[in-house]
Design a protein around this ligand. Structure first.
Ligand code: ZN
Length: 115
């Protein structure tokens, strides 16, 4: 399962960070997740709990903040929301393929540590 390896790499990164801060217990990990990351939220939550077993992160919570997909359209010079995740075009000037600004996120945004 793809999400399990994602969960393992999150845990690895969090453990390094908590060690850098003096080995504090991690209460929660906040993660930004975009719909284009290719990671399923539910599967990641499940995998995280599984992967935390027998690690210093056991009992911690993964808090996922879902980030919407946002495009930048150079024609309109504006940020646009795509009509759907299958239709990546600007609703106002559909001939142009805009740049993806947000939606690929899979990044830790914050850690909650217990002193
Ligand atoms: Zn446009």
């Amino acid at each position: 399962m793809h999400e399990l390896s994602v969960a393992l790499s999150i845990i690895e990164g969090v453990m390094e960070e908590s060690e850098r801060r003096g080995g504090l217990q991690v209460a929660a990990v906040h993660l930004k997740l975009g719909p284009l990351s290719g990671v399923s939220k539910d599967a990641l939550l499940f995998s995280y709990d599984l992967a935390c077993n027998d690690t210093p992160l056991e009992g911690s919570h993964l808090v996922i903040e879902e980030v919407p997909a946002v495009l930048y359209c150079p024609t309109c010079e504006a940020e646009r929301r795509p009509p759907s995740l299958q239709d990546f075009f600007c609703p106002a000037s559909p001939d142009h393929i805009p740049q993806v600004l947000h939606g690929r996120e899979l990044e830790i945004s914050a850690l909650e540590l217990q002193g």
